[in-house]
Design a protein. Structure first.
Length: 292
């Protein structure tokens, strides 16, 4: 298995973990307001069959994006565990290339994430506005990721998916990795319909894949039925070859164990052919992130 979405950190490096407790998209987080280094992640994942993982940026201070990459690379080397890195970059900068050139010095670099999610509910709001995916400066900078062979980890809510699809269409040389299967937060009939409609728009873009991760974010629990629903819907729209698993640890550790999380995802995929399960749990991640 490849875990295509995990974090490690030292608390002192993350402003959001050192300041006062604030409302977060994933709820109360006191249990993870501490160091969470690679040794603990590997202990959490022991027995799950994880043979490699993709680290996704964890919101260090923006000016320290390169320090974050170095910390992760050194941690992976110390643990002798293969880790690819998705780093932060300010894609609204006038010219992103100097920042990307600096990140490119680390061989483990695979891609970039700048979180674009915005919601009418201020508790779910992160980006400065809902339409950043349509910003011409951001589109130009995201397109430059293709020159480095890197992907873009795309994080949006359902109401932003039309703009996100336009962004993907504008950057055909870049693979877009949709975070948390589109972050379905409204489980009403209307909410699911809006999410499904937006997901179909993204699925029509051949350079978009969907990451089956963070599915407990809005429920604050490991819910096998919810995971089965999201997985079935997402695979139906994208196909197994464009779906990949991620644990989102240690965020999901707030409400579940790594073993129970894996078990729920495995059960959700059990009815699929073995070849499709292999894609979801390893093959798509290898192809998408160009893992060595």
């Amino acid at each position: 298995m490849i875990d295509a979405h995990f974090h490690i950190w030292r608390q002192a490096d993350l402003p959001w973990l050192t300041g006062p407790m604030q409302p977060r998209i994933f709820g109360p987080y006191e249990p993870i307001r501490r160091d969470y280094e690679i040794e603990e992640y590997l202990a959490d994942a022991a027995g799950s069959g994880i043979t490699g993982a993709v680290y996704v940026q964890a919101n260090w201070a923006p000016a320290r994006a390169l320090d974050e990459v170095r910390f992760v690379a050194e941690s992976a080397k110390r643990a002798e565990f293969p880790v690819g890195i998705v780093a932060h970059a300010d894609l609204l900068a006038e010219d992103i290339r100097p920042a990307l050139d600096a990140l490119a010095k680390e061989p483990s670099m695979l891609g970039v994430r700048m979180q674009l999610h915005w919601h009418e509910n201020p508790l779910y709001r992160f980006a400065s506005g809902p339409e950043l995916a349509r910003d011409p400066v951001l589109q130009r900078n995201v397109a430059r990721l293709g020159d480095y062979g890197w992907s873009f980890d795309l994080q949006v809510f359902a109401g932003q998916m039309a703009g996100a699809a336009e962004l993907a269409a504008a950057c055909p040389k870049v693979t877009f990795v949709l975070q948390h299967a589109g972050m379905l937060e409204d489980l009403s009939e209307a909410g699911i319909a809006e999410w499904r409609s937006g997901m179909k728009l993204l699925a029509r873009q051949p350079n978009v894949v969907s990451k089956l991760s963070g599915l407990g974010t809005f429920l604050r629990r490991n819910d096998p039925a919810h995971i089965a629903f999201i997985l079935a819907e997402t695979v139906a729209m994208f196909g197994a070859s464009r779906c990949l698993f991620g644990s989102n640890f240690p965020i999901e550790k707030l409400w579940t164990s790594h073993a129970d999380l894996i078990s729920a995802h495995r059960a959700a995929a059990a009815s699929l052919p073995e070849a499709e399960q292999a894609q979801i749990f390893a093959g798509t991640a290898r192809q998408t992130y160009k893992l060595r």
